[in-house]
Design a protein around this ligand. Structure first.
Ligand code: HQG
Length: 181
């Protein structure tokens, strides 16, 4: 079983295209595991039926905590682009968060702030290492931004829990952004 491919397809289904898989998603992004397994089976992408044990193994083997199983349901923890906004749990962020990005976006970011672009929320990292890994997806030598989350939160910007390393937020104006390098 190629668990990386499975994880990518589960993320695609749960973040971007639940309708392609005929999944009924609730407002927190959960879908019935039985529905997901049936839909994966129908794709014909896998040499055998995917089981719930495969989903657990996929999550354990993953480099990041992307998915969560609660009871008989599964959801993606972040990354959504579907039109219906997933309700995330609001929380008080750490004083400082980080964002890794590409040089080519910097003019726009310093003018317009961080915006969700194609996703539902801005994605921020708890530590610099994670932020740099995120940034390297778009730039070999990414820009590291430090976010004054404490001040933004005090000024009324909402922050939400993603996973152990990822926080989500609404737009972050450039006055809260410092370019580290
Ligand atoms: C940039 C992956 C121009 C932003 C990662 C980013 C993460 C702007 C890009 C998660 C902008 C959006 C999300 C503005 C923001 N003008 N560009 N005003 N504001 N941007 O992929 O944060 O591995 O939607 O800097 O690890 O890169 O898939 O967001 O470069 O956790 O689980 O617009 O996705 O997780 O790109 O990544 P993305 P992201 P997985």
């Amino acid at each position: 079983m190629n668990y990386l491919e499975l994880s990518k397809e589960v993320s695609y289904a749960l973040r971007h295209a639940p309708w392609e898989y005929e999944l009924e998603m609730d407002e927190e992004g959960f879908v019935p595991i039985a529905q997901l397994l049936a839909a994966l089976d129908e794709t014909g992408h896998y040499e055998r039926k995917i089981t719930i044990e495969d989903l657990h193994y996929m999550m354990e083997a993953s480099d990041k905590k992307r998915h969560e199983i609660v009871g008989d349901k599964i959801r993606a923890l972040y990354g959504h682009s579907i039109p219906n906004k997933i309700q995330k749990e609001k929380a008080t962020p750490p004083d400082v968060l980080y964002h890794g990005t590409a040089h080519k976006f910097m003019d726009s970011i310093m003018k317009n702030g961080l915006i969700p672009k194609g996703r539902q929320y801005v994605h921020l990292s708890m530590d610099t290492e994670t932020a740099l890994i995120v940034g390297k997806r778009r730039d070999n030598n990414p820009v590291l931004l430090e976010i004054n989350a404490k001040q933004a939160y005090a000024d009324g910007v909402s922050f939400y829990i993603g996973n152990d390393k990822v926080w989500l937020s609404d737009n972050i104006l450039s006055k809260y952004i410092k370019i580290k390098y």
